[in-house]
Design a protein. Structure first.
Length: 161
């Protein structure tokens, strides 16, 4: 047994970590690969993880105020200003007047940055959709139920006091 495998087994035994299942191992691999993909996307856009998360919110939700962006990112409004400044300097976003409140601004993702992000995202999303489409309805229902229950476990852990 390799030293790293022996160390992992000893660590698991010491802390009462259950023996990994094939599904658990596959879920961990998907999470690891998703993080690696996010790093690749961030590198493609020349942004750090926080700035990438901001871009994701702006692309998914449309223009947001810096305060709304801070809330979604879980950072202070001062930190949000720094994020927006970096994204503006890279040409990923612009500041525009708020459509309903003259005192506020909104942060708007640039069409070019959206296109650059989508050029990386769409092939992955399409490939995953192809995998889903290849499943029969019963398989899809079982997997949806399983993933929903796993999401509930994580949601409970995140929401725990």
């Amino acid at each position: 047994m390799a030293d790293s495998a022996r160390d992992a087994t000893a660590l698991a035994a010491t802390h009462g970590i259950p023996e990994p299942t094939t599904l658990g191992t596959q879920l961990r691999e998907i999470l690891t690969l998703a993080h690696a993909f996010e790093r690749r996307l961030g590198s493609h856009l020349s942004v750090n993880p926080t700035d990438l998360a901001a871009m994701e919110h702006l692309i998914e939700e449309g223009p947001l105020t810096p305060s709304d962006l801070a809330t979604r990112l879980g950072i202070s409004t001062a930190a949000s200003t720094l994020v927006v400044d970096r994204l503006v300097s890279l040409g990923h976003v612009s500041r525009s007047p708020h459509p309903h409140d003259r005192r506020k601004i909104v942060v708007v993702p640039s069409p070019d940055s959206i296109a650059r992000a989508m050029s990386e995202l769409v092939p992955v999303i399409s490939s995953v959709n192809d995998v889903v489409a290849s499943l029969d309805p019963e398989e899809r229902e079982t997997i949806e139920r399983f993933l929903g229950r796993v999401a509930d476990v994580y949601r409970s852990a995140v929401d725990a006091p």
